[in-house]
Design a protein around this ligand. Structure first.
Ligand code: LIP
Length: 259
């Protein structure tokens, strides 16, 4: 049976489950330790990554049986209707492991392949970023609009790096070309927080190569609804090759530099 879902209803559920997982993760951050590693010895997972994803998955399927869920830690639960949830239980796991602030719980709802609702909860900042497709973006209920575009040489640009040494060497070469052309670089360690920072005008642009869909599914909708262009290379959708987020004009300048 196709369960019709209004974006606002999906957003309310996303906020609820992301907020609950964020509270549990926040309470357990002190003293958390590495449980396992994934793509490399520095690509770590903690008990809370897995526990938060299990909590989120269970709540979503309890509230909406028949939906699908794609999560960073446990892959896909295939459902029978058109709604798929895309979950990063803790984005910025290394920051979380080190007791730092920049980590987030990210929950996006996709209907027939298009993300229509997204929530990014940043517990250590007390911030809840939300967006429903066509209804704008907000942070703690206050409307979000990205900053006006600045020239490339005045842009504060956020970026990130992968977990493999070979990928990091390539990313260092790209950074070598970008750094002299911009105001400055910030490396926050959580894609969802970086994208929401662009939506909030706390960074002028963000780019990264090697991201997974769950890293940016919710935050890309939030940024787009705040007036930020979020794409991959040559007008393609964002993918593991590149995600680039910036207001128009600055987007084109930075894209041409990166391409
Ligand atoms: C993180 C991304 C971040 C990237 C990190 C890491 P994770 O995701 O959000 O942008 O630079 O290397 O991949 O692994 O913490 O979910």
């Amino acid at each position: 049976m196709t369960v019709v879902a209004r974006p606002e209803e999906l957003l309310a559920l996303a906020v609820d489950v992301a907020g609950e997982a964020g509270r549990v993760a926040l309470e357990s951050q002190d003293g958390i330790d590495v449980l396992d590693t994934k793509s490399s010895p520095t690509d770590v997972v903690t008990e809370m990554d897995r526990r938060c994803e299990e909590m989120i998955r269970e709540r979503l399927l309890q509230e909406r049986p028949g939906d699908s869920v794609l999560g960073e830690e446990s892959g896909t639960d295939s459902g029978t209707n058109s709604v798929r949830w895309i979950v990063d239980p803790i984005d910025g796991t290394v920051n979380y492991l080190y007791g730092r602030e920049d980590w987030a719980v990210s929950v996006a709802a996709e209907v027939a392949g298009d993300v229509v609702a997204g929530a990014v909860v940043v517990p250590r900042h007390g911030d809840i970023y939300t967006a429903a497709r066509g209804a704008g973006a907000a942070c703690n209920g206050q409307p979000l609009r990205a900053a006006q575009p600045v020239r490339l040489d005045r842009a504060l640009v956020a970026t990130g790096f992968g977990y493999s040494a070979a990928r990091r060497a390539q990313q260092a070469e790209v950074l070598r070309a970008v750094l002299p052309q911009v105001r400055d670089i910030r490396r926050g360690g959580a894609a969802a927080v970086d994208l929401c920072s662009v939506a909030r005008g706390r960074a002028d642009a963000y780019y990264e190569r090697g991201l997974n869909h769950w890293d940016w599914a919710a935050a890309a909708l939030i940024a787009r609804e705040a007036g930020v262009r979020v794409e991959g290379l040559h007008h393609a959708p964002p993918d593991s090759e590149l995600l680039l987020a910036a207001p128009p004009v600055l987007f084109e300048e930075l894209h041409d530099l990166l391409a």
